[in-house]
Ligand binder design. Structure first.
Ligand code: NAD
Length: 442
C-alpha cells in the first residue's frame, strides 16, 4: 500500500531532509529561521521588503537580538537563502507564516497581510506541503480565512496538504529564554495536520504542546496577551489611586510579591506598547461581536492603558508648575522611546503618545535612546527627531527628563545628579533617595 503523504513528510522531517520556508523576516520570523538553521534544516526566507531581503543576503542583520555573524555563518554553509520571489513558494516542504497582524484606524483586525500571503501560497501550493500560521489572530482565522482559500484549488487538507496554527511566544530582549526553551503550542486542522506540525516543531523546540484545534491554539495566544493587558491595566489604575493616597505602589507590589502562592507581580509603567499587548486583545473583541458578546475586561483594560500617557503628562505639568514653570516653552528630554527595556522596537510605544501630548502643550521635545538612533514614521505619529547624545551640558539645559523606558545601560544616578527634575515612570530611582526632591514618580 502506498505510504500516506503525511507519513512521508514526517519521515523526511525526522531526517531533516526538508526545506522550511518562513514568510516574514521580522522579529518573529528571523529567530525561527536561525533556530531551524542551528538544527541543520535548509531554510528559504520570504519577505515583501526587498531592502530586508538584500540586507539578509549580504549577511546583515537589522535586529539587535540577531547578530550578523550568525546570519553570515548560515549563508556561507548554504543552508539559508532568502528571496522576495514568491513563485519560489513551491520549493519549501513546510511553510511558516510570520507576517504582521496590526489593527486598522478603526481598531479592527487588519488581515491584509495574512490574506496576501495565503493568496501567494495558494498560487504555488503543491501536494505534501505543510502550512502553519504563526501570526497572532482571532480564533477561526486558520479555518475560516486560510483553509477555504487553499482548498479552492482542489487539494484536500489532511490528505494532500497539511495546515496548522502555532502561536509565537518570542519575548524580545529577554535573555533568560532562548527560542528552543519556550514551550510551543501546536494545532492542526486535522489529526494528520497536527502530527506533521508537531513533528516539525519537535525538531527545534524542547517542549511541544499539542492542542485539539487551531481555534484552541489561537485563543491560547490571545488569553496570554489579554492576561497581561488586564493585569497591567489593574496595576496602572492602582498606581494612580496609590499616588493620590500618598502610597508608593512599587513598595506595595514588592511586599505583595512575597506571598508564595496566588500572586504574580505586574508593574506599572507609562502605558502599554509593542506589537502585541495593545493590539491583539482587540482581535478577540472584534470576533466576539459575531457571537453577540462584549469583552468588557478587554475594553476596560484598553481604556485604562490608553489613559496612562495622559496621566504621565499631567504629572509632568504638575511637577513643572510646582517649580514655577509652565509646560509651554519648556525643554523636555524623553529617556527611552522603545516600547520596553533593551529592545530596538518603538512600535506602539507609550513614549510616542507622551511626546505628542507634550508637544501639543507647547513643550520642545528631545529624546535619548541608545537603541533607536532615529525615530521612523509610525502609524499615528511623525516626529523628525534623532536621539540626542547624553551629555552633562544637555542635562543642564533641559527643564525636565522623563524616564519612559528603563534601558539597562543608562546611568540614572548620573542623570538625576545633573537634571533639575526627573519624572520616573519605571521606578529606576528606587535607590536614589538622596535626590528625592528632584524626583517625581508617575
Ligand atoms: N514581535 C513580537 O514580540 C511578537 C511576539 C509574538 C507574536 N508576534 C506576532 O507575530 C506576527 C509577526 O510579528 P513581527 O513582530 O515579527 O512583525 P515584523 O513587522 O517584525 O515582521 C513582519 C515581516 O513580514 C513582512 N511582510 C509583510 N507582509 C508580507 C507578505 N505579504 N509576505 C511576506 N512578508 C511580508 C514585513 O516586511 C516584515 O519583515 C504578528 O502577528 C505578531 O502579532 C509578535
Amino acid at each position: 500500500m502506498k505510504e500516506k503523504l503525511s507519513d512521508q513528510l514526517i519521515q523526511r522531517i525526522l531526517r531533516k531532509d526538508v526545506t522550511v520556508g518562513v514568510i516574514g523576516m521580522g522579529y518573529v520570523g528571523l529567530p525561527l529561521v536561525l533556530r531551524f538553521c542551528e538544527e541543520g534544516f535548509r531554510i528559504l526566507g520570504f519577505d515583501v521588503d526587498s531592502k530586508k531581503v538584500a540586507a539578509l543576503k549580504r549577511g546583515r542583520s537589522y535586529l539587535k537580538s540577531i547578530s550578523s555573524s550568525r546570519l553570515s555563518q548560515y549563508l556561507r554553509y548554504g543552508n539559508f537563502d532568502v528571496t522576495d520571489d514568491f513563485s519560489r513558494l513551491n520549493e519549501p516542504d513546510c511553510i511558516l507564516i510570520c507576517v504582521p497582524t496590526p489593527l486598522t484606524e478603526k481598531m479592527e483586525p487588519d488581515l491584509q497581510y495574512i490574506e496576501k500571503t495565503t493568496e501567494a501560497i495558494r498560487e504555488h501550493l503543491r501536494k505534501g506541503q505543510l502550512i502553519v500560521l504563526e501570526s497572532t489572530s482571532y480564533p477561526g482565522t486558520t479555518e475560516e480565512l486560510i483553509l477555504p482559500q487553499l482548498q479552492s484549488i482542489g487539494l484536500k487538507v489532511g490528505k494532500d496538504f497539511f495546515l496548522g496554527y502555532s502561536p509565537e511566544r518570542e519575548d524580545p530582549g529577554n535573555e533568560q529564554f532562548k527560542t528552543h526553551q519556550i514551550p510551543k503550542v501546536v494545532a492542526g486542522v486535522t489529526s494528520s495536520c497536527q502530527k506533521v506540525a508537531v513533528s516539525l516543531y519537535r525538531q527545534i523546540i524542547q517542549k511541544v504542546i499539542p492542542v485539539s484545534s487551531t481555534r484552541v491554539a489561537e485563543l491560547t495566544k490571545l488569553l496570554e496577551n489579554i492576561y497581561r493587558s488586564v493585569n497591567i491595566a489593574l496595576v496602572n489604575e492602582l498606581k494612580m489611586l496609590a499616588d493620590r493616597m500618598g502610597i508608593d505602589i512599587w513598595e506595595v507590589i514588592e511586599a505583595a510579591s512575597t506571598k508564595p502562592f496566588g500572586f504574580s507581580p505586574f508593574y506599572p509603567g507609562p502605558g502599554m506598547g509593542g506589537h502585541c499587548i495593545p493590539i491583539d486583545p482587540f482581535y478577540l473583541s472584534w470576533k466576539a461581536r459575531e457571537f453577540d458578546f462584549t469583552t468588557k475586561f478587554i475594553q476596560l483594560a484598553g481604556e485604562v492603558n490608553v489613559s496612562i500617557p495622559y496621566y504621565v503628562v499631567s504629572k509632568v505639568v504638575e511637577a513643572l508648575n510646582d517649580r514655577k514653570k509652565s509646560i509651554k516653552g519648556s525643554r523636555i528630554l524623553i529617556l527611552g522611546v522603545a516600547y520596553k527595556k533593551d529592545v530596538d522596537d518603538a512600535r506602539e510605544s507609550p513614549a510616542l503618545a507622551i511626546m505628542d501630548l507634550l508637544q501639543k502643550k507647547g513643550a520642545t521635545i528631545l529624546y535619548h535612546d541608545p537603541f533607536i538612533p532615529i525615530l521612523p514614521p509610525f502609524r499615528k505619529y511623525l516626529f523628525e527627531l534623532k536621539s540626542s547624545p547624553l551629555t552633562r551640558q544637555l542635562l543642564r539645559r533641559i527643564d525636565c527628563a522623563v524616564v519612559v523606558t528603563d534601558h539597562s545601560q543608562i546611568d540614572y544616578q548620573w542623570i538625576v545628579k545633573n537634571v533639575p527634575l526627573l519624572i520616573d515612570t519605571r521606578n529606576v530611582t528606587r535607590n536614589l533617595k538622596k535626590w528625592k526632591k528632584k524626583i517625581v514618580k508617575a
